[in-house]
Design a protein around this ligand. Structure first.
Ligand code: AMP
Ligand code: MG
Length: 490
C-alpha cells in the first residue's frame, strides 16, 4: 500500500484550508461500498504529475472513490452562496469535497475535487451523491470543451460506487474527480459579503488575486483591477461559448468561476439548429439561460460580483458604486469585441471592415429563418461544400455568398489562408446531444463503454476534419413533440 501511495505522485497543498474558517468545513468523504473505475484520463494525469497506472490500481481507485485519503490531502467542503434563477440562497459544496491542490510539474496549482462524495454540512436535503450518467456526461462535455480550446474544469476519472442512488429510478452511484484551476465562484464572494466581515472579504479577494491574477496583486488599485480582470475573462469565455453554440443551461452565480473556466456541467448542451431562443434545461421554463441570453446573464452575474467588492473599491461608497458600475458596463462591449473577432475568424476574415457585422448578422438571420444547423453551416462554408447547407439555392444565400466572397477578395491573404483560419475556428464535430445520449445509454444501461470512448476520441481533435468525423456530424432525427431536454443536480 505504502509503495503505491508514493508512486501516485501527489504533491498536494491546502491553501484554501488556510483561509478564515468561515469559508469551508473540514470533513472526509463518506466511504462507498465497492468502487470500480469506469473511465480515466491518462493524458490529464500525466500533465498533473500523477502516475496514471498507480491511480488505476486497486488502491488508486479507492482514492478516486473517497475511501482512502491521499497523502497531503486535507478534505474540505467549500462554503458559497448564489443567485439561483435570480433568487439568492446559501449553497456550498453539498456533494463535493476538495481533496487539496495538486502542484503540477509546471508548478501550477490545481484543485482536485471529488464530486458525489457524500453529504456535507451544505447538503441541505440532498443525499450528497451523484449518478453515473450525469458524471459521464460532465466528463464527455468538459473534455470536449477543452479540446475545442475553451477554458474549462477538467475530468480526471469517473468511478462507480457499487451503491444505488435514489432518483426518479434507482441509479448507479458515481464519483467524478474534477480538476479546476480553483473553485472560487461569484457565489463565494456573495457568501463573504453576506456573512463575513470586511476583513474576511478582503482576505478572500487577496487570495483570489494571488491565485489567479498575480500580476496585479501588488497594485494599489488591485480590487478594481480584480473586478476588471474577472469581467475580461468572462467576456472571452462567453464569446467562445456563443461561437461554438454551447448552452450552459444553469448560469447561476454559484456556477460562474472567477478563474474564467466553464464550470458545472449540469443541463448544458450544444445547439444543433441555430435558434437564439434555444433552451435545453427542463427547469428553465422562462428561457433565462437561453443561448441568446447568455451574455446578458453573464453581465447580470458580474454586477452581483461587483456589489460584493464595494467595500474594497473605495473608502467613499458613492465612488465605489461609480467605479463598479463603469467596470460592469464595459462587459457588453468586451463581449461583443471578442464575439466579433471570433465570428470574423469563422468566416475567414483577417482584417476588419465596418460592414462585417452586418454580413455576419445576415448569415445568422438566414440560419435562424431556414432552421440551419449551426455547426454544419460553418463547416460547409469552411470546406466549400455549400450544397450541404439548407440555405443553398435560396436567393438570399446566393446574394450573401457573393458579398462574402467579394469581402474575402478585398483582404491581402489568400483564399487558402482564409480556409485555414476557418478550419481553426469552426469545429467539424461537437458533442451532439444524440451522440452523447447514445454513449451514456450504452454505458449506464449495458456497461458498454466503447461508444463513449470512441466519441471521446473523435471529440479530442475537433478541428481535424477527418473523414471519420463526417459520420459524427450527422443530425439527429428531430421530433418536435419531444424536444431534447436536460436535467441538473442529478
Ligand atoms: P448545481 O445545480 O450542481 O450547481 O448545485 C446547486 C447546489 O445544490 C450546490 O450547492 C450543490 O452542492 C447542491 N447539490 C446538488 N445536488 C446535490 C445532492 N445530490 N446532494 C447534496 N447537494 C446537492
Ligand atoms: Mg453548482
Amino acid at each position: 500500500m505504502e509503495k503505491e501511495r508514493i508512486e501516485i505522485g501527489w504533491k498536494l497543498d491546502n491553501s484554501y484550508a488556510r483561509l478564515p474558517k468561515i469559508f469551508f468545513s473540514n470533513l472526509d468523504p463518506v466511504p462507498v461500498h465497492s468502487p470500480k473505475l469506469i473511465i480515466f484520463n491518462d493524458s490529464l494525469a500525466t500533465s498533473l504529475g500523477l502516475n496514471g497506472e498507480a491511480l488505476k490500481s486497486k488502491y488508486g481507485v479507492e482514492v478516486l472513490a473517497g475511501n482512502k485519503i491521499p497523502q497531503g490531502a486535507l478534505p474540505i467542503a467549500e462554503a458559497y452562496a448564489g443567485h439561483q434563477f435570480g433568487y439568492f440562497t446559501m449553497l456550498g459544496d453539498g456533494r463535493a469535497l476538495l481533496l487539496g491542490e495538486q502542484m503540477t510539474p509546471l508548478d501550477e496549482r490545481v484543485d482536485i475535487q471529488l464530486k458525489g462524495s457524500g453529504r456535507t454540512p451544505y447538503s441541505r436535503r440532498g443525499d450528497g451523491r451523484a449518478t453515473l450518467g450525469p458524471m459521464l456526461r460532465e466528463y464527455i462535455i468538459s473534455e470536449a470543451m477543452h479540446a475545442l480550446g475553451i477554458e474549462t474544469t477538467r475530468s480526471l476519472a469517473v468511478v462507480t460506487t457499487g451503491e444505488l442512488v435514489i432518483r426518479e429510478n434507482p441509479q448507479p452511484g458515481a464519483i467524478l474527480t474534477r480538476v479546476a484551476s480553483s473553485h472560487l465562484r461569484v457565489g463565494t464572494f456573495q457568501y463573504a459579503s453576506k456573512w463575513g466581515t470586511t476583513s474576511e472579504l478582503q482576505v478572500l479577494a487577496d487570495y483570489t488575486l494571488h491565485r489567479h491574477f498575480p500580476d496585479i496583486e501588488a497594485d494599489s488599485n488591485r480590487y478594481l483591477l480584480l473586478l476588471k480582470e474577472v469581467i475580461k475573462r468572462q467576456a472571452q469565455l462567453i464569446a467562445k461559448w456563443q461561437l461554438v453554440g454551447f448552452i450552459h443551461g444553469v448560469m447561476n452565480t454559484d456556477n460562474m468561476a472567477l478563474s474564467g473556466e466553464t464550470i458545472d456541467y449540469g443541463p448544458c448542451a450544444f445547439m444543433d439548429t441555430y435558434d437564439t431562443s434555444t433552451v435545453f434545461s427542463s427547469i428553465d421554463s422562462q428561457g433565462r439561460y437561453a443561448y441568446g441570453n447568455q451574455a446578458h446573464i453573464a453581465g447580470w452575474n458580474l454586477a452581483r460580483f461587483a456589489e460584493t467588492l464595494l467595500p474594497l473599491l473605495h473608502k467613499d461608497q458613492e465612488q465605489s458604486i461609480e467605479l463598479a458600475k463603469a467596470a460592469v458596463s464595459d462587459f457588453t462591449e468586451l463581449f461583443h469585441y471578442n464575439w466579433l473577432a471570433g465570428m470574423r475568424a469563422k468566416l475567414g476574415m483577417f482584417n476588419e471592415e465596418k460592414e462585417d457585422e452586418a454580413l455576419i448578422e445576415d448569415l445568422l438571420n438566414m440560419m435562424q429563418k431556414y432552421h440551419a444547423d449551426y455547426t454544419n453551416t460553418f463547416c460547409a462554408l469552411t470546406i466549400d461544400k455549400l450544397e450541404d447547407t439548407v440555405l443553398f439555392g435560396t436567393t438570399e444565400f446566393d446574394q450573401w455568398q457573393a458579398l462574402w466572397q467579394a469581402r474575402l477578395c478585398r483582404q491581402q491573404e489568400s483564399k487558402a489562408s482564409s480556409q485555414k483560419l476557418m478550419q481553426s475556428a469552426n469545429p467539424a464535430i461537437i458533442p451532439r446531444n444524440h451522440r452523447v445520449e447514445d454513449a451514456l445509454e450504452a454505458a449506464a444501461n449495458h456497461q458498454d463503454y466503447s461508444v463513449m470512448e470512441h466519441l471521446l476520441d473523435v471529440l479530442s481533435n475537433p478541428y481535424a476534419y477527418t473523414p471519420e468525423q463526417v459520420d459524427y456530424a450527422t443530425l439527429p432525427v428531430v421530433d418536435s413533440r419531444r424536444p431534447y431536454r436536460t436535467f441538473c443536480g442529478t
